[in-house]
Design a protein around this ligand. Structure first.
Ligand code: ZN
Length: 145
């Protein structure tokens, strides 16, 4: 059973592996950090946020200082989809943004009905929801005052 975890990442509960949702590339042990299975592009932040003022004339140009900030971009090695980005100090290792209790996920989904890939929608769009919800039944009053 594959559980969508982000727009581009899923966890296969049977194999306990992180998978790319675009190409199904195996990104590593689902009990660990998926970023270890990605390609990392260590970017100079000035490429993303260029100077607004002339750097020849001004010390501070509204561009991030590459001596204090790097932008790490994480890509799927299978299909090249950008999965995540983060701002870190130079030399800082990739952060750990998700560690899941796989045993609890297995228990939770064993008790649910339905296909997680249709129940959980992290994709873009106004109908994207993070968790399956039950329809709420209370009524609203729209009386004008
Ligand atoms: Zn992929």
């Amino acid at each position: 059973m594959r559980i969508p975890m982000t727009e581009y990442l899923a966890i296969d509960l049977d194999s306990e592996r992180w998978l790319c949702r675009v190409c199904e590339h195996d990104m590593g042990n689902a009990r660990g950090n998926y970023k270890e299975g990605t390609l990392v592009y260590d970017r100079d932040p000035r490429e993303i946020h260029p100077s607004i003022l002339d750097p020849e004339k001004y010390e501070y140009t509204f561009a991030p200082d590459p001596l204090f900030c790097r932008i790490l971009e994480f890509y799927c090695p299978g299909c090249g989809t950008q999965i995540e980005t983060e701002y870190t100090p130079p030399g800082h290792p990739p952060t750990v943004d998700m560690i899941w209790d796989i045993d609890a996920l297995k228990k939770q989904w064993a008790e649910r009905e339905g296909d997680p890939e249709t129940l959980v929608n992290y994709g873009p769009g106004e109908n994207a929801i993070a968790e399956p919800r039950t329809a709420h039944s209370h009524s609203h009053s729209h009386a004008q005052h």
